[in-house]
Design a protein around this ligand. Sequence first.
Ligand code: ZN
Length: 253
Amino acid sequence: MSRYAVISDIHGNLHALQSVLMRIDRLELTELICLGDIVGYGPFPDSCIDLVVKHCRVTVQGNHDRAVVDSGYADEFNGPAREVIDWTRQVLGPLHMDALCRLPESDHPNESLLCVHGSPTEAETDYVQDAGIAAQAFGGFSEPICLLGHTHVPMVFEAPADAPPVLRAPDVVAYLLQDGVPICLEADRRYICNPGSVGQPRDADPRASFAVLDLEARTFTVHREQYDIGAAQAATERAGLPIVLAERLALGA
Ligand code: ZN
């Protein structure tokens, strides 16, 4: 297969996930990759896990997924994020907990692709959000393309394939991605590609974000999808989760 739908950072937002999956179906994409953080922040962790397990061929574990099943790790979280991790642990049954537990930290859908949640380096929860951090991240993998999420901002970072082992920020080109505009993946370059967040976008566009990676056409294209934000907010409030988590959905922040 050469065409993949890439989703990430769903965060229990079932309304957003359902809209994205319908769009992926209309695009006739059958190979789905999930870059983790299925749960955390939103009120439907169980249904989101079910849909990801059903649809995604490859899924890696996000830091929120891990915090739900590893209470020692959860101590690194605080505020509303920690509150929802504790809530999620209480509402998930053993099968859903087991599904989160089994997720690998990284995976290879094929030889040219590495999938991680946060960063391919030892500092796996680093936010790869600017050229300087991306320069370090390029040192953490050898494949032509690394797919990652975690920042909730759709971006592509590009570096020369024959670069010195230690890259610096000026060696890296950063692209902010716009809805439906493909980035060409050149054969003599390496890439870090982030599809943005399905369930909690943070780039001031509240629409759900996902991407299509086409290895034959050599493109990475982000798509934005409307969903019923009001319904997602109401469900967040009904579940008794922190109100700030409902409010930020409308802001894309
Ligand atoms: Zn996340």
